[in-house]
Ligand binder design. Structure first.
Ligand code: GLY
Length: 424
């Protein structure tokens, strides 16, 4: 079977890498892919949001399965289009992708079906939103309703910051239409974990938990990024807590959506905060997480292509539980100096081959391109280095040992990834 992977990040390199291990998979194409996917697949010059061109390509090449990585094409309806044209595709239709595409939609599903989450209210009017903040204790979380490339979430520590965030959305229209509707919600305090599940809208197969490091600097300081590292499993998620998240969050959400006439097929990503009152949902995403995927997939022993086909065919119930390695995985993201602000591109990356020391280490590329036989930096998050180990100490040491073999001008990474897990 020929496979098309849509996207260009470390997540898509990890998906392509895992799919390439399946006996069901022959040639893989990536649109547009990156320097890493170029080695195991054929990269295409088609952007992720050109969904007509992607469908034309899939039809022309007789692609057996298209796997969609990022949220943007899902939210604009790539799956609806592919299905209309009789093409098999892994990911939620646009109605279901609203779980990420509209924060207020996701909150309304949570509120209606009793999914544990913080209090929240939605506004389309600046004055009303501002008045609401006056009546509530800070910190408050202010979110643009639609997709805002990860930049539409503000934690307002005081009333001035809340006013500024609301002005950015409503008055300065910093997020265009995405910020014309705003959701103001409770700030949830506690450790964050990501629990992702495969689902065909009926059966839910949860994955192993992972934890992401969102801030740029060690000690969780500095601005938010797309994610600077991750690890799996998460010691703070005990087996009881895991069962609680599956039974109180993942399953009822999928059931609630079905009750609304929305069949959710693909990956549902629950961002959970472990509050003192139990696990509560911070957000849902309609896709794999990045860099969580780079720490989860190295542990997956089941055939990813088979699971994805079962999801796309709506017969996930016939798949047994997923099989996972008992090893721990640690992923360290290597970024360009200046990220998440301005940074320079085009620097040669050396040492990737030396870093891939053995089967337990894999270097996933993201903002990296193959240029005249050399791999060069092309983005903020450049590489992610994942290492498996018998325990977190071992996995962490291997990951950082591999990181030290790599270099490019301005390479920056956090030194404290998974330290918390080692200490736990
Ligand atoms: N790592 C966070 C995300 O994928 O949204």
């Amino acid at each position: 079977m020929k496979v098309l992977v849509v996207g260009s990040g470390g997540r898509e390199h990890a998906l392509t890498w895992k799919l390439s291990q399946s006996s069901l998979v022959g040639k893989i194409y990536c649109a547009p892919g990156n320097g890493g996917t170029a080695k195991i697949a054929e990269n295409l010059n088609i952007s992720v949001d050109d969904i007509e061109a992607l469908a034309n390509f899939a039809e022309e090449k007789d692609i057996g399965l298209t796997v969609v990585g990022p949220e943007a094409p899902l939210v604009i309806g790539i799956v609806n289009l592919f299905e209309k044209r009789g093409l098999k595709v892994f990911g939620p239709r646009k109605e279901a992708a609203q779980m990420e595409g509209s924060k207020s939609f996701a909150k309304s599903i949570m509120q209606k079906y009793g999914i544990p989450t913080g209090f929240a209210q939605t506004f389309t009017n600046y004055e009303e939103a501002l008045n609401y903040t006056d009546g509530h204790e800070v910190p408050l979380v202010i979110k643009a309703d639609g997709l805002a490339a990860g930049k539409g979430v503000f934690i307002a520590e005081n009333k001035g910051e809340a006013k500024k965030a609301l002005e950015d959305c409503f008055v300065n229209k910093r997020f265009g239409l995405a910020g014309g509707k705003v959701i103001i919600e409770e700030y949830l305090e506690g450790e964050e974990v990501s629990l992702l599940a495969f689902t065909d809208g009926k059966t839910v197969l949860p994955m192993v938990p992972a934890q992401d490091y969102k801030r740029i600097y060690d000690g969780d300081l500095g601005p938010n990024t797309g994610g600077m590292g991750s690890y799996s499993p998460v010691p703070a998620v005990t087996s009881n807590m895991y069962d609680e998240i599956v039974s109180k969050v993942l399953r009822p959400t999928i059931k609630g959506l079905a009750n609304e006439g929305i069949e959710y097929r693909g990956v549902l990503y629950a961002g959970i905060v472990l509050t003192k009152d139990g696990p509560k949902v911070l957000e849902f995403n309609c896709r794999f997480g990045d860099p969580e995927t780079q720490a989860i997939l190295p542990r997956l022993e089941s055939d990813l292509a088979e699971v994805m086909l079962n999801v796309a065919d709506g017969c996930l119930g016939q798949h047994g539980n997923l099989k996972w390695s008992s090893k721990n995985c640690v992923t360290v993201v290597l970024a360009s100096d200046g990220y998440p602000g301005k940074y320079k591109k085009g620097f040669e990356i050396k040492g990737i081959e030396d870093a891939n020391l053995n089967d337990d280490i894999v270097v996933f590329q993201a903002g990296a391109l193959l240029n005249g036989g050399k791999i060069v930096t092309a983005g903020g998050r450049v590489l992610s280095v994942s290492a498996l180990g018998n325990n977190f100490k071992d996995a962490r040491e291997r990951a950082y040992e591999a990181v030290e073999k790599i270099n490019f001008e301005g390479m920056y990474y956090r030194k404290d990834i998974a330290l918390r897990a080692v200490r736990n």
